[in-house]
Design a protein around this ligand. Structure first.
Ligand SMILES: [Zn+2]
Length: 340
């Protein structure tokens, strides 16, 4: 099959479109012909070099495609079925997996991080990762959903416990997680303030349901939040920006408010005054992807059309390098998808 592999860590130039051996289908696996693979910032981090990644390596966490063969031990799947794959890998037999906390499994990782992903034509996977998709959802849309919607769901619903009527600040509303978080917060009838880096993106976050937009380059986030909320602050901040915004995120919270974070794109060291944390009774929560149960929950809303993926651009698999170069410019609004 054709695949894009990296034999060393580095810039987009390390990505090679090449012929590799087809995966062998075990009797307890499903073989999927991949049709689309959406990109995430994780692809860039892994390409630049993360601990534990074995080379050569195939990137790609978010895949959709068509089943072309089913191992003889399995029932309930058939060739021709259109599916997406859970964007993760876990052992499925430890105490955490048995309890439904797959994202706390010692083996837990994103597909395409510590295990090979979907920048290729074929993948053989265990059946628990395979989820049928509705007819009306095309492969590119389907591939744009799993990782970011799962991440945003786990952050807002499970970790931060969002409730109707709350006010939520979504940083980077135009990012993959931001686009998902805005829509999930609106699903819970929250009031949403989203930040973005220019007026075009601000218009788009408003079109997705954000009630207010803040230009995070031109405006001071906490000042705008105080103005919009009449000095109250927000209940929840959806953080993934890190060092550049942490202080503003803290100052945007109302007493008893919560920051939930899943990333640190601008740097991972944030300092804060502990007195501010305890006196205002704030909560800082970490969040890392989500569980299979949550994936099924959020996909239920996607499949019912209540929340939707947003695609920015599509590239053919052979142009994965150009897709990485494009992503590094951060001009996109929504997902960049490789068509396979
Ligand atoms: Zn496990």
């Amino acid at each position: 099959m054709k695949a894009v592999r990296m034999h060393e860590f580095g810039g987009p130039e390390v990505l090679r479109y090449e012929e590799v051996t087809d995966p062998e289908l075990r009797k307890d696996q499903v073989l999927v012909r991949i049709r689309a693979c959406a990109m995430n910032h994780l692809d860039l981090w892994v390409r630049k070099g993360l601990p534990g990644v074995k080379l050569p390596h195939i990137l790609g966490s978010d895949l959709s495609g068509e089943i072309i063969a089913v191992g003889e031990y399995l029932t309930g799947f058939a060739p021709g079925q259109r599916v997406l794959l859970a964007p993760m890998h876990f052992c499925n037999h430890c105490a955490k997996c048995a309890a439904g906390f797959e994202n706390q499994c010692p083996e837990f990782t994103a597909l395409g991080n510590l295990v090979d992903g979907g920048n290729c034509e074929l993948i053989a996977v265990a059946p628990e990762f395979v989820i049928p998709i509705p007819e009306w959802l095309d492969f590119q849309q389907a591939a744009s959903v799993p990782l970011v919607f799962l991440t945003a769901w786990h952050m807002l619903v499970t970790r931060a416990g969002i409730r109707p009527g709350q006010t939520v600040l979504v940083l980077g509303g135009g990012s993959g997680v931001g686009i998902a978080a805005i829509q999930i917060a609106k699903l819970f009838h929250a009031r949403v303030i989203a930040t973005a880096g220019d007026e075009t993106k601000l218009e788009k976050v408003r079109a997705l349901g954000a009630d207010y937009g803040i230009d995070h380059y031109k405006q001071k986030i906490s000042h705008e939040v105080r103005r919009i909320t009449e000095k109250q602050g927000v209940d929840i901040v959806v953080e993934h920006v890190g060092a550049a915004t942490w202080d503003e995120s803290m100052k945007s919270l109302k007493p008893g408010g919560t920051i939930v974070t899943c990333g640190a794109t601008t740097g991972s060291n944030a300092a804060f005054d502990l007195r501010f944390l305890f006196a205002r009774q704030l909560s800082f929560l970490g969040s890392y992807m989500g569980t299979m149960g949550e994936l099924h929950d959020v996909l239920g809303h996607v499949f019912a059309g209540r929340v939707k993926p947003v695609i920015d651009r599509t590239f053919p698999l052979k142009d994965t390098r150009a897709a990485h170069e494009y992503m590094e410019k951060s001009l996109m609004f929504g997902k960049i998808v490789l068509s396979i």
